[in-house]
Ligand binder design. Structure first.
Ligand SMILES: NC(=O)c1ccc[n+]([C@@H]2O[C@H](COP(=O)([O-])OP(=O)(O)OC[C@H]3O[C@@H](n4cnc5c(N)ncnc54)[C@H](O)[C@@H]3O)[C@@H](O)[C@H]2O)c1
Length: 415
């Protein structure tokens, strides 16, 4: 077995991290138990390009327990937890990931994974899917899965252009994924990333959240809960209205830029904070991103135009602008929750990765009979995961009686 990681000596520490995550991921562990008996991925090579966190380690071991031969890479240059990568490599898995990779290392690792000729591709952000389509025309892939909103946007445009070469399951679109991971996961870990990088007091700050989608809602909610006055920026009128009704101030970014102490982008879009916005920010303003790619804050222009820059502490960089004001960028404008903190808590990744594991099995079993499209997770699977999670929390819910089922179907009786 082959690997390229930071330091294999971190394996023991990584094992303890994995053990801790397993203890908080009861749904995925129940699925692992079931799959280790049936081994539906036996004989298949599974490429996984995910943030190499302890939770991903639990997923990778579940895929391996299901019989898959795993080739694991990190889906972001900053998000790998080196001790987890070491533990997985030490136990015989092919891992190509370390924290602080250069962009060229990142691409090289993706090629190593694809050179292994995988049958199934599990991705987060669709960089691996895109590389298969751009450079690996000869690979015969059964199908894939996709973890995040941005990846699904990319895959849907591939489907529309009729270039998608295999079916992909949109894990992100399961209720048991986006309602919890995007909202509560990023809500908590995004704010955690800001706090770990800066140790600022959130209470009393004015915080601008760009984007009021599932991620933005979670981040705004947690910032508000910690005492910040939250401004939301949006381009979608429904979501802007929802933010107003939820009690937030809604402003254009050009206005928010002048007033906020802290900015968090969560849009999946590019250049949401431009150099012009930055020039109108207060001295000391802090910017962070939780959207998938590092394009939401125009970091490249900032670096070009700034008079001076210095690293204040890990993940906290100061830029002195032409107007003499200093502004601060966290985790290089990459996902702050994974760059400066540890990503989502295990409890929420339990849901997301239960979907990933079952989606991979679905693709392995039925992928050859599917069209080259983006498919949703089935309602049945989604509901099963929700029920398993509730069960693991000791929560029972009511069931419809036969009479109630009948009543819900009828139209004759009103008042
Ligand atoms: N950090 C993480 O761990 C994590 C977790 C889940 C998702 N994500 C990523 O976060 C991003 C957002 O995901 P989501 O599920 O909330 O998506 P979403 O589509 O539900 O929400 C995005 C929102 O941003 C708004 N928007 C787009 N362009 C904008 C602009 N220029 N200014 C203001 N608002 C704008 C859209 O109208 C939309 O309401 C994606 O890139 C996704 O992949 C990150």
């Amino acid at each position: 077995m082959d690997y390229k990681i930071k330091d294999i000596k971190l394996a023991e520490q990584g094992e303890r991290q994995l053990e801790w995550a397993e203890a908080h991921m009861p749904v995925l562990m129940a699925i692992r138990k079931e799959l280790s008996a049936s081994r539906p991925l036996k004989g298949l090579k599974v490429a996984m390009l995910l943030h190499v966190t302890k939770e991903t380690g639990v997923l990778a071991r579940t895929v391996a327990a299901a019989g898959g031969e795993v080739f694991l890479g990190g889906s972001n240059p900053l998000s790998t937890q080196d001790d987890v990568a070491a533990a997985l490599a030490n136990s015989g898995m092919c891992v190509y990931a370390w924290k602080g990779q250069s962009d060229s290392d990142y691409e090289r690792n993706m090629r190593v994974i694809l050179d292994a000729r995988p049958d199934v591709v599990m991705d987060d952000g669709a960089d691996l899917h895109a590389m298969v389509h751009k450079e690996y025309g000869k690979l015969r892939i059964i199908g894939g899965t996709e973890e995040t909103t941005t990846g699904i946007t990319r895959l849907k445009s591939m489907e529309e252009e009729k270039v998608l070469r295999y079916p992909v399951i949109a894990v992100n679109n399961a209720y048991t994924k986006y309602l919890f991971d995007n909202r509560y996961g990023t809500g908590q870990s995004g704010v955690d990333g800001v706090i770990r990088a800066t140790n600022i007091m959130i209470s009393g700050k004015v915080a601008a959240v760009a984007g009021y989608g599932w991620v933005g809602r979670g981040v705004a909610m947690r910032l508000h809960g910690l005492g910040a006055r939250v401004i939301v920026t949006e381009v979608n009128p429904f979501r802007a209205l929802e933010a107003v009704m939820d009690g937030y101030e809604v402003r254009k970014m050009s206005e928010a830029a002048k007033n906020a102490d802290l900015f968090i982008t969560a849009t999946g879009d590019k250049n949401v904070i431009t150099p012009e916005h930055m020039l109108s920010m207060k001295d000391g303003a802090i910017m962070a991103n939780v959207g998938h790619f590092d394009v939401e804050i125009d970091v490249r222009e900032l670096a070009k135009r700034a008079k001076k820059t210095r690293l204040i502490r890990e993940h906290l960089r100061e830029y002195t602008l032409q107007n003499g004001r200093r502004i601060y960028l966290l985790a290089e404008g990459r996902l702050v929750n994974l760059g400066a903190a540890e990503g989502h808590p295990s409890e929420v990744m339990d849901l997301s990765f239960a979907n990933q594991a079952l989606a991979a099995v679905h693709i392995a079993k039925d992928g050859r009979g599917l069209d080259n499209k983006v498919y949703e997770v089935s309602r049945e699977t989604d509901e099963r995961i929700a029920r398993l999670k509730l069960g693991s929390m000791g929560i029972g819910i009511d069931a419809l009686t036969a009479e109630q089922k009948e009543y819900m179907k009828q139209w004759r009786y009103g008042t």
